[in-house]
Design a protein around this ligand. Structure first.
Ligand code: NAD
Length: 509
């Protein structure tokens, strides 16, 4: 069973010391720069994470570079064995990983377990790596000529991940990158650093050789060092739009392949014929699950025609039933926000939204648990106009907006004119309208009567417009494509019928 190293400090409270993971072991940071890690449910500082210097990042990249030749040439069957062992180990340690996620992120245990399950799905998909890495072969393309194609790894690749899925997002990247023969350096969010350390230990236990997976913790210093490092061939980024844009521009300027998944404002369109109960349940689970800190969260409801009043009433009626509490309590359905700063930012949209004309139907500040945790209850704003800041910006918290429009066309126009296009969903009983929506809406992931249409591991995940920089979606088939480059080999051998060499078998054509 993996566990986190803890130290008693002055007031006898335990504080986790979170170091880097380089070349298969924990490495204490030398930069003297550290960041605090909190338990969002109590507001207490529970950990301290080392921030890497440029030299420390370079050390991790060197370790990955040294590990590359051996890993790249390891047979596919040996790699598969490692992936099957990893699958078992992640499954066996699911609970401890989920608890670690909850303790630093705040989301409830069932949500944390669900994200580890998704990570597990990624590993399971990668167990099929020999099939997924297959090239193709064409015999006799011209007389005596054959052509075949292969996909080869890029070398050292790096990932930079956000706070909201401490286990899952690293697993969107690492299994695909290493299954393809690359070695990896991860810069995980400094707010939630521990789950990835557990995953690194499990990878080692599964047989991933030292240096194949490395983790450096830190901030912009570490990120910039990766973006500019000449030995890093590709960058996978998941996080907010301004940083995604910066990462994309900087890393491509340094000649790297980049996929940068960014922010979102996912619209949920509810047509007048929708099943109200189904739509209201979906709005509540999709809007307030994980305290709205999901890039695929329902952020904005668009009520079409006359359905607005009934829908708002149905959501309002459900909100008091959402049990807000410590994620470790199995009865809790929604935990706190990740940090005090983020809490303040999210709360500010309730006032700003009202000041710009929205109606506050439910104010989540009025229903929070006691204590110093970073709490905000589910909040609902109605009549949010398209020029309201609460509509234009990503709130990334449990503040759900409702906009009312007259027609399906108005609803799609609204969604399509928004700069983000991660997910978009429609609730309706009309198959024709649903089909039109799937064709018309400008978003990378579409749900029909499904609140959070996250693709399974064997499809790929990614948005459109300002939700993605670069052309590649993440994980699934596009994951393998992103982490490999194609090579086409044209071959001609002397015609065996005229060859002078004794082949030991009849020369027939
Ligand atoms: P963030 O952009 O603040 O941080 C993401 C990563 O970038 C972290 O590792 C962080 O340390 C690093 N970083 C932060 N500031 C930086 C800077 N100035 N220079 C270089 N690196 C920097 O995002 P977050 O707050 O951790 O995560 C929430 C955001 O991520 C939301 O916008 C959410 O929509 C988005 N997100 C998107 C997806 C997706 O698939 N599209 C998935 C999850 C989260």
């Amino acid at each position: 069973m993996v566990e986190i190293e803890r130290e008693k400090v002055r007031n006898n409270e335990e504080v986790a010391k979170i170091h880097h993971w380089i070349n298969g072991r924990r490495v204490v940071g030398k930069s003297d720069r550290k960041g605090p890690v909190y338990n969002p449910a109590t507001g207490r500082k529970t950990g301290e994470v080392d921030f890497a210097s440029v030299q420390e990042v370079n050390g991790a990249v060197d370790a990955a570079k040294r590990a590359f030749p051996g890993w790249r040439t390891l047979s596919l069957s040996r790699r598969v064995e490692i992936f099957f062992r990893l699958r078992q180990l992640v499954n066996d340690n699911l609970d401890v990983i989920a608890r670690t996620v909850t303790s630093e992120h705040g989301k409830v245990l069932s949500d944390a377990a669900a994200e580890v399950h998704v990570g597990l799905e990624m590993v399971e998909y990668c167990c099929g790596l020999p099939e997924l890495l297959k090239g193709s072969f064409s015999e006799q393309v011209s007389t005596g000529y054959d052509v075949h194609s292969v996909r080869q790894p890029l070398g050292v690749v790096a990932g930079i991940t956000p706070f909201n899925f401490p286990a899952m997002v690293p697993m969107w990247m690492i299994p695909f990158a290493i299954a393809s023969g690359n070695t990896f350096v991860l810069k995980v969010s400094e707010k939630v650093p521990s789950a990835s350390m557990l995953l690194a230990e499990l990878m080692k236990e599964a047989g991933v050789p030292d240096g194949v997976v490395n983790i450096v913790h830190g901030d912009k210093v570490a990120v910039d060092a990766l973006l500019e490092h000449p030995d890093v061939a590709a960058i996978s980024f998941v996080g907010s739009t301004p940083i995604a844009r910066y990462v994309y521009e900087t890393a491509t300027r340094h000649g790297k392949r980049v996929q940068a998944l960014a922010g979102a404002k996912n619209h949920m369109i509810v047509l007048p014929d929708a099943d109200i109960d189904m739509a209201a349940d979906a709005a509540v689970s999709g809007g307030f699950g994980s305290a709205g800190e999901r890039c695929m969260a329902v952020a904005q409801i668009v009520a079409v025609g006359g359905i607005g009043d009934r829908l708002v009433a149905a959501i309002k009626e459900r909100i008091p039933r959402v049990k807000v509490g410590d994620g470790m309590d199995p009865d809790s359905e929604m935990g706190p926000l990740v940090t005090r700063e983020h809490l303040k930012r999210v709360m500010s949209y309730i006032d700003k939204g009202r000041d710009q004309g929205a109606t506050v139907v439910v104010d989540g500040r009025e229903s929070v648990p006691n204590g110093d945790g970073f709490w905000l209850g589910p909040s609902l704003l109605d009549h949010v106009s398209a020029d309201n800041i609460a509509y234009r910006e990503e709130i990334f918290g449990p503040v759900l907006g409702v906009t009312r429009v007259a027609s399906y066309e108005d609803a799609v126009k609204l969604a399509n004119e928004h700069p983000w296009g991660n997910g978009a969903v429609i609730f309706t009983r009309d198959g024709g309208a649903a089909r039109c929506f799937a064709v018309d809406v400008q978003a990378g992931m579409v749900g029909i009567n499904v609140a959070i249409p996250v693709p399974v591991a064997y499809y790929s995940f990614g948005g459109w417009k300002s939700s993605l920089f670069g052309s590649s979606h993440i994980y699934g088939p596009e994951g393998f494509k992103f982490y490999t480059r194609g090579k086409v080999i044209t071959t001609r051998w002397p015609d065996p019928s005229t060859s002078k060499v004794d082949l030991g078998f009849p020369r027939t054509r």
